[in-house]
Design a protein around this ligand. Structure first.
Ligand SMILES: [Zn+2]
Ligand SMILES: [Zn+2]
Length: 292
């Protein structure tokens, strides 16, 4: 960005902040999340102040362990609310339907693959198939890392980043966020207390241009609130690689039950400057997902 366009951008950003209309992209929401209705989801996103939301469908089984709706439900809601929602495509990676189903929905307008939340090794042939599809369609893959439960073998994930340098991966969930800490105990999913920089997640974000982080859920919020001094440095260091997502299942869209609105406030409070806030709440997602 040259001086004049940067100045124009900052002026616009300040004007938007002043009247409360700064656009926010939420990269992580679900239909039918623990039974929440479409109307309740739409109201939740409006209350939280979201301009555009990415709907992540479940595969044909398991409902992402939260009753979430599948591909058809996200296509339907996006069609009913033009401009408000975009959607990803999903399927279990280790069944024969994976390739035809994911390709069908990518051809129908999906802009990514996920949420991949299945009991497979993160560098398995099944996940290589997912990466191959993502490479062909030039879309990112959003992955839920949870120790011994989903996308196992996080310490080997760098091999996937090296094998698929043109595929962008978005890391999410407990094991992703616990590993900002170099002293992470893998069995502890919501660790508390001070963070020592240099954990696996910190290194992946620093070392691989195709690795991004999804700020959503209790795990994302915990990662920053457990050690705010570290969080300030982390947000400054990775401000070009972090994307706001909510992944919250409440109907309020504000207050203590709404993790997404708390994470927006946390990013605003701990980010180094307004330009970094804009990147993490909007610009990075807009660029990575080609959303305007
Ligand atoms: Zn989710
Ligand atoms: Zn919420």
């Amino acid at each position: 960005m040259n001086f004049f366009s940067r100045r124009a951008f900052l002026a616009l950003a300040c004007a938007a902040l002043a009247d409360g209309t700064e656009p926010i992209i939420d990269i992580h929401q679900h239909t039918n999340y623990h039974g929440r209705s479409d109307d309740q989801l739409v109201a939740h996103q409006h209350t939280m102040g979201i301009s555009k939301s990415v709907l992540l469908p479940a595969g044909s089984k398991y409902g992402l362990a939260a009753g979430c709706g599948g591909n058809d439900t996200v296509v339907k809601l996006a069609k009913e609310h033009p401009g408000m929602f975009v959607f990803f495509a999903n399927e279990l990676p280790d069944i024969p339907a994976a390739k035809p189903v994911i390709e069908k929905y990518l051809n129908a307008g999906a802009i990514g693959i996920g949420e991949q939340k299945f009991h497979v090794e993160c560098d398995s042939p099944a996940m290589c198939l997912i990466a191959d599809i993502a490479k062909h369609f030039d879309v990112p893959v959003l992955m839920h890392f949870q120790y011994q439960t989903y996308n196992l073998g996080f310490e080997r994930f760098h091999k996937m980043l090296e094998k698929y340098p043109t595929v962008n991966f978005i890391g999410h969930a407990q094991t992703w966020w616990a590993n900002i800490d170099k002293n992470c105990q893998q069995a502890v999913l919501y660790p508390k207390g001070p963070v020592t920089p240099g954990g696996i997640t910190d290194r992946l974000l620093s070392d691989y241009p195709n690795m991004y982080g999804d700020l959503s859920a209790g795990s994302g919020l915990n990662a920053f609130l457990r050690d705010e001094d570290n969080a300030r440095d982390f947000l400054k260091r990775h401000q070009d690689k972090l994307l706001f997502g909510s992944d919250c299942e409440d109907t309020a869209g504000a207050g203590p039950k709404c993790i997404g609105s708390q994470q927006i406030a946390t990013v605003r409070r701990l980010a180094p400057d307004p330009a970094a806030v804009r990147k993490m709440l909007y610009g990075n997602a807009s660029r990575l997902l080609k959303i305007t």
